[in-house]
Design a protein around this ligand. Structure first.
Ligand SMILES: Cc1cc2nc3c(=O)[nH]c(=O)nc-3n(C[C@H](O)[C@H](O)[C@H](O)COP(=O)(O)OP(=O)(O)OC[C@H]3O[C@@H](n4cnc5c(N)ncnc54)[C@H](O)[C@@H]3O)c2cc1C
Length: 421
């Protein structure tokens, strides 16, 4: 990611500083992109950082891992006729510069408030909410399951995509705002929502939804079938040496799991996706990188059965046709009758979607959606007064920037709630 100042200037000068600011509309956090790039053009890097800090505290992270082509860069006017501005690289440059030079995240007020807020989960939603509340003078405590913060940024996105040192330094910068953290504190085990309600003025639930969905197909219970989210979170891999692995799905989890498994020595890794390449939810760059690394893609194929005695031995797949259906944004895959075929396989990784931890969300006594997410109103409040929720667990579009936005918006609503109390 490190680039010379000359290259960065070239990339910044490519921005037209257009008045329509389409890039800003494409950014879930609504970062003032043209304005920060203007500062970069003028080599006013601290100013650029201040502009970004108005809406985000995750610059070096979003600069690296956001799906830029479907967010800011996808909306860039330059992209209509050619290449879009490399907004992500410019954001990461400013974020890295802030770490290196020690630019601080400015507080919005120096006044200290008395109210205490508990945040459950230190992923993008939780740390953004904590930062916003601390910047507004509130006492914030994050309760985090692990001994480090970051959520999926640490326990999901591989280190070859997001350098852990960058993550550590950015989190340190955020915690310097005066945020307390209780590590190794698990909601539902070490702490109960009721206790938090008795001891805090407001609560923000942000413990994510990092449980792999199942397909409920025959053989899914066999040894050697893994959930992609769990494989990446717990790094509890089997020995892949000389083995054939099928990864089912087409999103981030499928891409990261397949690339890691290949790096860990698998003989072959096949990504099986029921639609065509253009419909894959994963970022184009991730798909291209995976191809370069030797991952095979079976588009318009679906798994129907996993076969084996105790362990996975074979999988049965079927080919699909794509049909347009009214009311569906994407083409719908339809199995082609009689196109079934078998493949020898040693491991199957399910990466077909993520959901919340059922037992935990059901134990909280708050209303849930049909999909098992925590139900929130337009102010991010759950059915329990003073208990707010955001990020993946509330069904927000599952990207870092959307989770962060929900943390920011929810915390603004917490402030409004506390001021009216
Ligand atoms: C493998 C993978 C790759 C991804 N790649 C990208 C990408 O490249 N770009 C992108 O924009 N998005 C990506 N995403 C999506 C993105 O990471 C998520 O949308 C985002 O992290 C959600 O943030 P969150 O704060 O809601 O939850 P999380 O990041 O899941 O954070 C939840 C936090 O809560 C903690 N926690 C959980 N349970 C408890 C408990 N009971 N008590 C206390 N703490 C608890 C967790 O340890 C964690 O720290 C990826 C997701 C995955 C799974």
């Amino acid at each position: 990611m490190e680039q010379s100042i000359e290259k960065i200037n070239e990339k910044a000068n490519y921005c037209l500083s257009c008045k329509t600011k389409m890039c800003m509309k494409g950014c879930p956090l609504e970062n003032n992109i043209t304005e920060f790039i203007k500062c970069v053009k003028e080599k006013k890097y601290e100013e650029a950082y201040k502009v970004l800090c108005k809406t985000t505290v995750l610059q070096p992270i979003c600069g690296r891992v956001c799906p830029h082509k479907s967010q800011c860069e996808g909306a860039c006017v330059r992209g209509i006729k050619g290449e879009s501005v490399h907004i992500g690289e410019l954001e990461a440059f400013v974020g890295d510069m802030a770490i290196e030079k020690g630019y601080e995240i400015e507080k919005f007020t120096s006044l200290k408030k008395n109210e205490k807020i508990a945040i459950i989960g230190g992923g993008p939603a939780g740390i953004t909410a904590a930062a916003n509340l601390a910047r507004n003078g509130y006492n914030v405590t994050i309760f985090e399951k692990y001994n480090k913060l970051g959520g999926i940024l640490r326990h999901g996105i591989p280190k070859f995509r997001l350098d852990e040192r960058v993550l550590d330094k950015q989190i340190e910068k955020i915690l310097n705002l005066g945020i307390q953290v209780k590590y190794n504190s698990i909601l539902g085990k070490d702490i109960a929502l009721k206790d938090l309600q008795n001891n805090f003025d407001a609560i923000f639930l942000a413990f994510g939804a990092n449980v792999s969905s199942k397909m409920n197909i025959e053989g899914e219970e066999l040894d050697g079938v893994y959930g992609g989210n769990e494989l990446l979170e717990f790094e509890n891999h089997p020995d892949y040496t000389g083995k054939n692995v099928a990864v089912i799905g087409g999103g981030n989890v499928a891409m990261d799991a397949s690339r890691i498994i290949k790096r860990l020595g698998a003989k072959s890794v096949k990504v099986i996706y029921r639609r065509s390449e253009q419909w894959m939810p994963a970022e184009k760059k991730e798909i291209e990188d995976a191809k370069k690394e030797g991952i095979e893609f079976l588009f318009q194929n679906n798994i129907v059965k996993i076969i084996g005695n105790k362990n996975v031995e074979k999988i049965e797949c079927i080919k699909t046709n794509l049909v347009k259906k009214e009311g569906e944004a994407r083409e719908v895959p339809v199995d082609i009758e009689g196109s079934n075929y078998m493949m020898d396989m040693d491991y199957v990784v399910m990466a077909v979607g993520s959901r919340t931890e059922k037992e935990l969300v059901e134990s909280l006594g708050v209303e849930l959606t049909k999909r098992g997410n925590i139900q929130i109103d337009e102010k991010y409040m759950t059915s329990e007064k003073g208990v707010f929720a955001g990020g993946d667990l509330s069904g927000t579009k599952a990207t870092v920037a959307w989770a962060s936005r929900s943390g920011r918006e929810a915390s603004n609503n917490i402030i409004e709630y506390l001021e009216k109390k």
